[in-house]
Design a protein. Sequence first.
Length: 300
Amino acid sequence: MSLASGSLRGQRAVVTGAGKGLGRAYALYLAKQGARVLVNNRRHAGQSDAQTSAQQTVDAIREAGGEAHANWCDVSQPDSGLQLQEDLMTKLGGVDIVVANAGIDKASSFAKQSLADFRAVFDTSFFGNLNLVHALWPQLISQGYGRVILTTSSAGLYANHGQSAYSAAKAAVIGLMRSLALEGQRHGVKVNAIAPYGYSQMTAPHMSQEMARLFDPALVAPLVGWLASQACCCSGEVLVSGAGFIRRAETAETEAIALDAGQLDSQLTQLQSLPRQTYASASASFAQFLQEINPPNENA
């Protein structure tokens, strides 16, 4: 999984949440490979352009000889995708690579978390992905090419105590990604999700200095670069990455067994021990389920 220098030359990219941490690392890497990058990160109150993290990432790219432009819209806002689309058309002439990275968390036990806080997490961590991709999807489809990288989390895969909002948002990203991968298949648009482990503003309270060095965001960036390239050969995948390592996550089901209402405790134990199978779509899963509950008549 290596890219030659300049392998993204001429490609037009947008990266949200690219002012710091993982998003900044992605933007720098894409630009190093030759992509022209729209760097998004919301502006904080009272900041001048030069003080914003988005502009600082842009400056770093330009100093290295790349092309980049800043965008300060808040991806949690419903019209953010349209704003980014307009900026991409004006500054880059369109888009080929979409990296939805922005996310927030407000960790709290579900009983103590307000619905307002839950929605705030969902607005950025899920709708931040959705608003962007929904606005740019028609162009990707019409031009017959695109690479979309959404951001999920191990919390979306497995959940976590005190992260019901973030877990729900990131699980929703996986469902969105897999549906878009199916829709983009015949249009040359590949859609994948990464679950990154990297030192960032969100993870800083939970990482020692040693762990911060180990989980340098720059070590995730090559995966994003490959997923953003023409060399990418996968779609609909969830890839976990950090510290220079990668693994694949999947959703799987066992074969079906006849439900016995009086033996459900032992049946659950039985199901946990059965082999698991993955499916390309919900339709494929249902078709196999039908086959298992209505096996062919061997005497027919």
